[in-house]
Write a protein of this length. Structure first.
Lengths: 339, 290
């Protein structure tokens, strides 16, 4: 069964593996470029926050015109696209093609149960997907660790799915998703389309809905400076006043910046229309005064970079649990419901 | 006599469509059994149920005394249109068989491949229909099952390929394997089968050893009369009447000695056709003329 799994998998696996090798070669070729740039900029071994920040800027701008930049973004794109590729080209045809061409009738009349047949294929493909994604993520993480330290972006939704252990989870889940779609829909092309939609949806939903729930975001309160630049929207009818302060820089993933009252609730007014808003005769002067009297604070909610690995492992765990649940479901389905 | 396959009230529905309704039959082991019937009689469904690729909606089926499960080493199956992996070579199909079947007989497999002239390095997708069927049969046979089920294996083959395939099947039968093969063409079965089952609309119309069937069926032609007065022990299978004459196909164990009948022997195809058409509208012709 292992031989058959390999024989039927080898074309897509080798094709995907070839693409990953190109990326790995790119990293190998630019490895010293990155470390040299960091060394020359004084970023390696820098002391003190200010010195490091300016060294980081020098380091990052030195990389802007080298070959490291396409490798950096290529690696990012590869790990973001890899789940879809694995789901569509490895997973979706796995059962669907057998059902479509009728070969399931041949292979299921060999001396092997349908459940075991699928289990071996799920394990083989899932492990291959996990291994490929894991290797690339590991190499990319090592290659880019100086860049990540300099720009502090590894926790951002754009970089997060291409670092650490999460790519392994996405690749494995995408593979199982493709297999399950093929099993239920019985058409390769339909299964491929549905797999693409579901995986893309999952990759969008993860940062928007799931990730902020996996760790408790950190919140900071600072007194609002009424004279600082900020966005203001005022409703003539309800006297509602909303303030949007400029987002503050944080070492992490910024989720929201809101203005809160001393009671801790979001500030929405109502404003005194004689002091704030278009009806106030001398708004520029009176409004900041009025706002200062409200004792407002700016509440910044963010996930700090320090929580990167906690978040990585939790999301990875969630993905693995999902992949296992789907695997169990599809083995059950092929044994009980395929007939 | 042991049974290769028994079914009681076996029913399979796909949603609302019924593919097999309340089918009851008993197929003896140790024979080459032909399962014949018109398209849509439920032959394929019966065979898919028998090898565990389908589960019955109702009723029960036992194959070699057990509930069928796909993946059983005891039952081999050659599916309709003889599917093979287009991307795998002939040799890789044998390798797959060897990996997936503990009871794999690689000598039989290689001998058969050589005998039917298949190139082991050829991709199965490039084989002709006949070669593909031979490959599928080889994979199913080299598993050394006790019972080999074949679903219309020769339906798509040209006459020469058909003969070669059936020849190979007969050689396998000689090794003591029970074989059940479905077809809608009697000519295919006549050459290899020693037991025949006619299935029409999920019901067994007739079942028996081919020799018995040939010996006990007669065509009677004579002056027009009501077939009811033929006497006991005789069953009218099919009847047709003109103004003066009646022609009957009769099953009778005892010889027909009424001199007013002209008695002819029937070949297997005539018998099967009589059962198939007899099922469609028996007796109505005569009543219409009364």
């Amino acid at each position: 069964m292992i031989w058959l799994t390999w024989r039927q998998f080898r074309t897509p696996v080798l094709a995907t593996g070839g693409l990953l090798l190109v990326l790995l070669a790119g990293m190998a070729l630019t490895w010293t470029q990155v470390t040299d740039a960091a060394l020359n900029a004084g970023f390696t071994g820098c002391q003190g926050a200010d010195a490091c920040a300016s060294a980081a800027d020098t380091f990052l701008s030195a990389l802007r015109y080298g070959q490291a930049k396409p490798v950096y973004y290529g690696g990012l794109a590869t790990l973001v696209v890899l789940p879809a590729v694995v789901g569509i080209f490895w997973g979706a045809p796995l059962v669907a093609r057998e059902l479509e061409t009728g070969t399931y009738r041949m292979v299921f009349s060999q001396s092997i149960g349908r459940g075991r047949w699928l289990l071996v294929k799920l394990l083989g493909g899932g492990l291959a997907a996990a291994l490929g994604a894991g290797l690339v993520s590991l190499a990319l993480g090592r290659w880019a660790h100086l860049i990540d330290a300099a720009n502090g972006e590894r926790i951002l939704p754009t970089t997060f799915p291409a670092r650490g252990v999460v790519p392994i989870g996405y690749a494995a889940l995408a593979f199982v998703l493709g297999v399950t779609a093929g099993l239920l829909l019985r058409r390769t092309l339909t299964a491929m389309a549905v797999t693409l939609v579901v995986i893309t949806g999952l990759q969008l939903a993860a940062p928007l809905l799931v990730r902020p729930l996996l760790v408790t975001p950190t919140s900071t309160l600072t007194a609002l400076d009424p004279k600082a630049r900020m966005g203001m929207s005022y409703s003539m009818e309800t006297k509602e006043l909303r303030l949007e302060p400029m987002p503050e820089e944080r070492d992490g993933w910024l989720l929201s910046t809101t203005v809160v009252t001393p009671a801790g609730t979001e500030f929405v007014g109502p404003a005194d229309s004689t002091k704030c808003g278009p009806e106030a005769p001398n708004e520029r002067l009176t409004c900041p005064e009025w706002l200062a009297a409200q004792h407002l604070s700016t509440k910044v909610t963010y996930i700090p970079d320090a929580k990167f690995w906690v978040l990585q492992w939790r999301e990875f765990g969630l993905l693995v649990v999902l992949a296992m649940a789907l695997s169990i479901f599809s083995v059950w389905w092929i044994r009980r419901r395929l007939a | 006599m042991t049974s290769a396959l028994t079914a009681t009230g076996l029913t399979k529905k796909y949603g609302r469509r019924t593919a097999l309704a309340d089918c009851t039959l008993d197929i003896p082991a140790g024979h080459v059994v032909g399962l014949v019937g018109p398209n849509g009689a439920g032959k394929s469904t019966l065979l898919l149920l028998a090898c565990g690729l389908l589960d019955p909606t109702a009723g029960r089926i036992d194959v070699l005394g057990e509930r069928p499960v796909s993946g059983s080493p005891r039952v081999g199956f050659v599916a309709q249109d003889t599917p093979v992996y287009a991307g795998l070579t002939v040799a890789e199909h044998l390798r797959m068989g060897a990996h997936l079947n503990p009871s794999w007989d690689s000598q039989l497999a290689e001998e058969r491949i050589a005998q039917v002239g298949l190139d082991p390095a050829q991709k199965a997708g490039k084989l002709s229909g006949g070669q593909r069927a031979q490959l599928a049969l080889t994979v199913a046979a080299a598993k050394r099952p006790e019972l080999l089920l074949l679903d219309e294996p020769v339906a798509a083959l040209d006459p020469l390929a058909r003969r070669t395939f059936l020849q190979g099947l007969m050689e396998l039968a000689a090794t003591g394997m029970s074989i059940v093969m479905s077809s809608h063409l009697v000519a295919d079965l006549e050459r290899v089968c020693d037991h025949l089952i006619v299935l029409v609309a999920s019901k067994v119309r007739v079942a028996g050893d081919v020799d018995d069937l040939l010996a006990s069926h007669h065509r009677l032609a004579g002056p027009r009369r009501d077939p009811a007065d033929l006497g006991a022990g005789r069953t009218v299978v099919e009847e047709s009447h003109t103004g003066k004459q009646s022609t009957l196909v009769v099953r009778s164990t005892a010889p027909i000695d009424d001199p007013s009948w002209q008695v002819d022997r029937l070949d297997l195809e005539d018998i099967v056709l009589a059962y198939m058409s007899g099922a469609a509208g028996s007796g109505r012709v005569l009543e219409g003329q009364r």
